[in-house]
Design a protein around this ligand. Structure first.
Ligand code: NI
Length: 259
């Protein structure tokens, strides 16, 4: 039986309210034995923590303010994350980062919030889960400033070039989160993966979003992770077993999971 960890999934989302137990059952049947739940904002936090409390056997919570939730209330949101992080139950600060795709209205504030959450993670020796979309240079200028903190973390939903990967590695011990995008027809990720060792990869679904082929268009869920693993195995010319084993090991080490 292959053993996977879905290192980025939002199965606490309202989309799963009616069938979460079935979703977890299907995931476990496919070998997914654990999930990391990244935070978004104060509004969604109670659902995340409810699931983490209901299913401590299957989930690990993270806390963070997502860049697309940065608005005029950002200071309140940020102190909420700071308070939560002190509770010591979280395995990471995330997801944090910058997003210039949906809106650039609060891009300056996004940069401030990102930097402050990196400092928070460093002060607690926690890894970070980074969301980077249409803001690569802005993200890099924050990471340039915080390089001395010796950060660890993951660039989630990576779809960059080999050059971007190499630059990311200069900012700390960052792994690369690979999700459903690798299965899309015109994805350049399979070619890029030739230059990234499996020891630097994590598997993730980002459910309910970014559904892999052959389920594209439907709601995503952790049991679909095998399609991502299969595509990585093809790109790396190795077995799915090896992808499962090494990426699971990478996740256990990065998030210091007690398994
Ligand atoms: Ni996410």
């Amino acid at each position: 039986m292959k053993r996977y960890i879905d290192t980025h999934t939002h199965i606490y989302d309202a989309d799963f309210a009616s069938d979460i137990e079935d979703v977890i059952y299907r995931a476990q049947n496919e070998g997914v034995f654990s999930c990391i739940l990244p935070g978004i904002d104060m509004e969604s936090h109670p659902r995340l923590i409810q699931l983490a409390s209901d299913r401590p056997d299957f989930t690990y919570p993270a806390t963070g303010l997502h860049p697309t939730s940065v608005n005029s209330e950002w200071e309140k949101e940020l102190s909420f994350v700071t308070e939560r992080a002190k509770e010591k139950r979280y395995v990471a600060i995330g997801e944090i980062g910058m997003d210039g795709y949906w809106s650039r209205d609060y891009i300056e504030e996004q940069s401030i919030v990102f930097e402050k959450q990196i400092e928070l993670a460093a002060s607690l020796s926690l890894p970070v889960i980074i969301h980077s979309r249409d803001a690569t240079e802005e993200i890099f200028s924050v990471l340039e400033k915080t390089r001395h903190l010796g950060l660890e973390g993951v660039f989630h939903a990576f779809s960059g070039s080999p050059e971007t990967y190499r630059r990311i590695r200069t900012y700390g011990n960052f792994l690369i989160g690979i999700g459903g995008v690798i299965t899309y027809k015109n994805s350049k990720l399979p070619a890029t993966l030739a230059e990234i060792p499996i020891e630097h990869l994590l598997l993730e679904t980002d459910a309910p979003w970014l559904t892999p082929v052959p389920y594209r268009g439907k709601r995503n869920e952790p049991s679909f992770i095998k399609h991502i693993a299969a595509k990585i195995a093809e790109a790396k010319h190795c077995s799915i077993d090896e992808v499962a084993e090494v990426t699971t090991d990478n996740a256990i080490k990065l998030f210091k999971l007690k398994i």
